[in-house]
Design a protein around this ligand. Sequence first.
Ligand SMILES: O=C(O)C1=C[C@@H](OP(=O)(O)O)[C@@H](O)[C@H](O)C1
Ligand SMILES: C=C(OP(=O)(O)O)C(=O)O
Length: 409
Amino acid sequence: MDILLNVLEDKKIHQEITISGSKSESNRLLILQKLFPEISIENLSDSDDSVHMQHALSTQDELVDIGHAGTAMRFLTSYFAVQENRETVLTGSERMQNRPIEILVNALKDLGANITYEAKEGYPPIRIIGKKLIKDKAQINGNVSSQYISSLLLIASKLEKGLEIELIGKITSVPYIKMTLSLLTQLGIDNKFEGNFITVYPKKSIHKQTVVVESDWSSASYFYSIIALSEIGSEIQLTAYKKESLQGDSCLAEIYNHFGVETTFNQNSITLKKIKRSNTSSLDIDLKNAPDIAQTIAVTCFAERISCNLTGLHTLKIKETDRLVALHDELTKLGASIKVSDESLHLEVSTKINANVSIKTYNDHRMAMAFAPLALRVPIQILDAEVVTKSYQKFWDDMHQLGIKIDNI
Ligand SMILES: O=C(O)C1=C[C@@H](OP(=O)(O)O)[C@@H](O)[C@H](O)C1
Ligand SMILES: C=C(OP(=O)(O)O)C(=O)O
């Protein structure tokens, strides 16, 4: 489905939007619920990635296909490794078969797991013969994806002696590791993170409890961008959010101050308000702790004529697409002057934004959603717009609710 977003004429926005639960929290809790049936979950994410996770956890089929869902691929690798008497072939989309998994597989094999590659060494599909793991110490490289670490942490309390993990090298996407540990703590599973060592203590069962998932902050980023581009006085209220978030992307509230967007925390929601024109001409932001909002910020800077230097982006090359190349190519079509390296992006101030450009999305939900706010400036075409469902089912309905007229092309 290719679509045209017409220019939003009335840029004074006043709307309320409800966003579904965080896909990161949801996919952790779905694994934990399978290990500890005492857990009930509220405000679960309705994303494709969480649907894939639920399906994978309920089927008895040998072949489990998780589509594009990185968290499902990584978290289920450890989960199936400890399912005794079960053999699983875990696979995903063509892109998933090119997203590396070797670091996690090696750590699990060191713990005693039986995992082999069905095709390319180091990549899905993988064959997992579930068994009891008896070792309690692992080492893992922390610089490629934090999901490998969260994956081990999620099963750790069910190992006989728990697990001590030594993280080697620099650690990336740390808030996602802390999210995993905070959820364990909330459930009553003891753990500690000191220096480069994380320990999770064994736990057989927990108290019956309900966990309410906070709504997804990465999804909120597109509304931050829209408010940044809107008229002064515009407001969007988003539910259900809280100040003490487990999600690292809640740093949006601070970052978007630079664009004149103020965040107010209400009881169960946030209000984003455009309070002033941005007086920033250049931004320098390290996003190693919040890689998923890099595309949103780059597009906001381009539209707001702010130059930016985004660093800490080394994980972007192995996400749904190579996001650095995708951003470079699509922003260039719009008239941007942009340079990327393997871990950074530098954008100069552009004098104009080309209209009616077709944005390719490369099977990446965030490419479609990050470019959508440009409809506050120029008409823009988004190709394969249905990709958004990976994380945000009703994204285009919500854009329509804001007043953006959308035509199929
Ligand atoms: O653990 C998680 O839920 C996630 C961790 C991050 O991945 P990396 O650790 O690979 O950067 C993030 O980009 C992804 O969208 C979700
Ligand atoms: C990188 C992402 O997801 P995953 O790695 O879980 O596929 C994302 O949602 O931006």
